[in-house]
Design a protein around this ligand. Structure first.
Ligand SMILES: [Zn+2]
Ligand SMILES: [Zn+2]
Length: 252
């Protein structure tokens, strides 16, 4: 562990603070808690019935087991996606705290939630974190997907393989879905020394949030080209598309 991340972990332990979901003061007798009981209760799964493949809520009256237009153009290699919670308060604050706030230890609770929604995998799967660019990892000190992947791999009892890297690519915060799709195409590289560790196997691809799926599609395709049998995507949160559960604003 680097000295700087050790110092941050020590600060985590000793600084008085509020809940990372809502800011409410946390009970001092439980200093290890980062999220209050109310916020934990508010975290919820996407409402059923959901698309069998991409997990998006289909709306009432739809048959269980149907699929949807959101994932109709996903490549075959990406078998399905599952998310632990809907990307709405307080989940968005937790994602932000892990990704930008340096709250690495929050990954433990988030990763455990993810492991509980991962359907059983036959054979000998591997967990692969979605990489961030090396510049962003240096700024933050860690890759949030890797933090989550470590917890998921441990909870599921499977190996973690850092099979991908991302040599370039700018921030995508301001781009729309179409721009994102073209931006991320081809932006992942399969690390040659990792190939023998996932060839012919099911890959559980880990990221913090599924928004348009463009990033995951690109990574899944790269893994498929190098021999992965199939890829499933497991994220902490799912940003719901326009219209799902009454959502009134499109994703950006
Ligand atoms: Zn809270
Ligand atoms: Zn779908």
């Amino acid at each position: 562990m680097k000295a700087s991340s050790l110092a941050l972990d020590l600060l985590d332990l000793f600084l008085p603070r509020g809940c990372l979901g809502c800011g409410a003061r946390l009970p001092p007798e439980e200093p290890q808690d980062l999220v209050c009981v109310r916020c934990r209760t508010l975290l919820r799964s996407p409402a059923p019935p959901r698309c069998l493949r991409c997990d998006v809520p289909l709306g009432t009256g739809q048959p269980v087991g149907a699929t949807c237009l959101e994932c109709a153009d996903w490549p075959e290699i990406l078998a399905f996606a599952r998310a632990a919670v809907v990307m709405e308060p307080p989940a968005d604050a937790l994602v932000h705290a892990l990704k930008y706030g340096g709250w690495r230890s929050l990954g433990e609770m988030m990763g455990r939630r993810m492991a509980t929604v991962c359907p059983p995998v036959g054979g000998d799967p591997v967990v692969v974190p979605l990489p961030t660019t090396s510049r962003r990892r240096r700024m933050r000190g860690y890759n949030q997907a890797r933090v989550l992947a470590e917890v998921v791999a441990r909870e599921l009892g499977v190996a973690l393989v850092e099979a991908l890297d991302r040599p370039s690519g700018g921030t995508q915060v301001r781009s729309g879905p179409r721009e994102r799709r073209s931006n991320v195409h081809g932006s992942f590289r399969v690390i040659p020394s990792s190939r023998s560790r996932f060839r012919g196997l099911e890959v559980i691809l880990i990221d913090d949030v599924l928004t348009t799926g463009a990033t995951a599609l690109s990574a899944a395709s790269a893994l498929g080209e190098k021999g992965a049998k199939s890829v499933r995507l497991l994220t902490f949160a799912r940003a719901l598309p326009f219209g799902a559960e009454g959502r009134r604003t499109p994703l950006n």
